[in-house]
Design a binder for this molecule. Structure first.
Ligand code: NCD
Length: 320
């Protein structure tokens, strides 16, 4: 069955969640309100039968710790069941099965599919194949919408708004899918400015920069001295090693910008909070972890479960 990537426009039941581009501000609000409702179940480890009788297939062609386990936790907390393919080498993918054959199989056994895949556009191919909803858990360098929804939820909790924010995004703009989805997400709201701090070689490609700049103010910077001192948040990211063809080039660029207590002291305000989608591989010093405004090891991770509970319940049509 062929489906185009549709705007959600308030209709979550049966919807694929592939890109932040499908969401309006009110769709994002709906996800937040649903997450607020479901959150106490996880916080109090309370049994729920909201998703009982449903099965969600998780198929991850790339490594994952948080996205995979938080989806599992979210579904199980709501009483749903899961088929978990974390290591595709143990599935028929290793025998050369095509993505659509694999997706066809999983849709025969389940009600919802969550997929991570190294190729940009693969989640869309999966969604076109399946007649059940598909959630993109990261497709190559393209998008990671569920990460962005939890990031926006975290920003909203902390700043009490999604408008008129000044943010710094650091790291790998070229290859980082969390960056692309976050830019799309914040461009739905008025007055946001994002400073993109990266080595020149890891800037957004020209096309993307032009496209995004139509709806949000982006300022590319390559020196820490250009970080604005009034930022609401800093969103640090890892240089995406697996997207490099030249390992030496990766080694040269990987620690171009490291988040340290000194950097915070020099350029952050006392209210600036610090985010990272994780995993980190040396770009945030561990002595930043205890900073009261460091959210990456605590709030952001927990919010990942609440947001994924909301998305699964909405896509399966189990909550209004
Ligand atoms: C991110 C991803 O997979 O894009 N991880 C995650 O899901 N939190 C970020 C990354 O791998 O750098």
């Amino acid at each position: 069955m062929h489906k185009t990537t549709q705007e959600i426009s308030g209709k979550f039941k049966g919807a694929d969640i592939l890109s932040l581009g499908q969401f309006s501000a009110s769709d994002i609000h709906k996800v937040f309100v649903t997450a607020d409702k479901l959150k106490p179940l996880r916080q109090k480890s309370k049994a729920s039968n909201l998703l009982s009788g449903t099965i969600t297939s998780l198929i991850f062609y790339e490594p994952s710790t948080r996205t995979f386990s938080s989806f599992c936790a979210a579904i199980k907390q709501l009483g749903g069941d899961t088929i978990e393919i974390h290591n595709v080498a143990s599935s028929s993918v290793a025998k050369g099965e095509t993505l659509s054959d694999t997706i066809n199989t999983l849709q025969s056994y389940s009600d919802l599919i969550v997929i991570r895949h190294p190729e940009a556009g693969s989640a869309k191919i999966a969604a076109d194949t399946a007649s059940i909803p598909v959630i993109n858990a990261g497709d190559g360098t393209n998008e990671h919408p569920t990460q962005t929804l939890l990031d926006l939820y975290t920003i909203y909790e902390r700043s009490e708004r999604l408008e008129n924010l000044t943010g710094v995004i650091a790291g790998d703009m070229l290859n980082g899918r969390t960056v692309k989805s976050l830019i799309r997400g914040l461009s739905l709201f008025k007055g946001n400015i994002l400073y993109l701090l990266s080595p020149e070689k890891l800037r957004l490609n020209k096309e993307e920069l032009e496209k995004f700049s139509k709806s949000i103010k982006l300022v590319e910077i390559s020196k820490t001295q250009d970080i604005p001192k009034n930022a609401d948040f800093w969103y640090w990211t890892r240089v995406q090693k697996e997207r490099f063809t030249n390992e030496k080039e990766y080694e040269k660029l990987k620690h171009s910008f490291v988040l340290t207590p000194e950097l915070i002291k020099t350029y952050a305000s006392k209210n600036t909070y610090f985010m990272h989608p994780l995993p980190r591989v040396g770009e945030i010093e561990t002595n930043v972890d205890l900073h009261p405004n460091a959210l990456y090891l605590s709030t952001q991770m927990k919010n990942g479960v609440y947001i994924r509970m909301a998305l699964a319940a909405l896509a399966l049509g189990k909550i209004k």
